[in-house]
Design a protein around this ligand. Sequence first.
Ligand SMILES: *Cc1c(COP(=O)(O)O)cnc(C)c1O
Length: 358
Amino acid sequence: MSEFWSSVVHGLTPYTPGEQPKIDGLIKLNTNENPYPPSDKAFAAIRAVDQDTLRLYPDPQSTQLCAAIGRYWGVPADHVFVGNGSDEVLAFVFQGLLNKGPGDTGALCFPDITYSFYPAYCRLYNVGFQTIPLGTDFSFDLKNVPPDSGAVIFPNPNAPTGRAIERDEIESFLASHPSQMVVVDEAYVDFGAQSCVPLTLRYKNLLVTQSLSKSRALAGIRVGFAIGDTALIDGLNRIKNSFNSYPIDRLAGAAAAAAIEDHDWFETNRGRVMASRASLVRGLEGLGFEVIPSQANFVFARHPSAEGSRLAEQLREQKILVRHFAKPRIEQHLRITVGSDAQVDALIAALKKILGRL
Ligand SMILES: *Cc1c(COP(=O)(O)O)cnc(C)c1O
């Protein structure tokens, strides 16, 4: 890389997304995408966009989308901030809210096993952090957050473990730590965990982020959002308006608002995914896998006598992609996205063959 780049750029360790190869007949269970197409109403909303309006910049405030999200969650529209994927929202959060500068007390904390974008943002924005070890069963206990920490962020359910914690636990932490900022990344909350959004009306130190990529099957349009007190949302708008005034384009904004309003699609889809998750877990356990209880659209599992990276390779040879992380404590594990029932069956059949159980 050119020496003209700054030392910050030279020092980055970018996040590695799951691969998106163009192979026919591939079963993709590696990036937690939804196996079903998004709402027809979302796609109809894209089609209904007037061609001529694409000449014009979109609404910088995404007023209609924020209103739709506010109505869905029962919060005022000015408690909502939308961004180009929740990853962008999270980037702003690390840059401006969790960035404990010199003179601030306490470090930012997050679990040792969690979304690997967090340490990547920390390096990009030069944010110091401390990790909180998960229990041997990969459970996350807020009691292990050091009392002098400055802020905490964690996904609920956690990624890549799929384990969730109860809203009550988070609420008691919020109530007893009013000067610590708490960010709950709810990218997977719609698959069975309890959302903390209602708590944002009572706790000014809570920000919740969500995504349309997984439970709304819209990873392709890149829309995510944050919900919190207006004082927190104001700061996000200041950062956004110093970076890119128009993160949500006209097509994405129209599709996202229609998707949020399509309750029938949403309830049917997440019900199907949760039912397929139950059969995925049964299938894996039947083959001897240990599966962490998941409230997400993926499961995290290990086989006591098969190496994780080898299993992932062997599945790949059978055109099935799953995610393996070559990291301490989780090398033996595979993260497997919940696919359709047919995909789940194909995965279980392939694993049976690999493990010699046929
Ligand atoms: C997928 C994911 C996100 C980001 O989703 P976007 O597609 O950027 O909205 C954020 N956090 C976690 C834990 C995720 O797994």
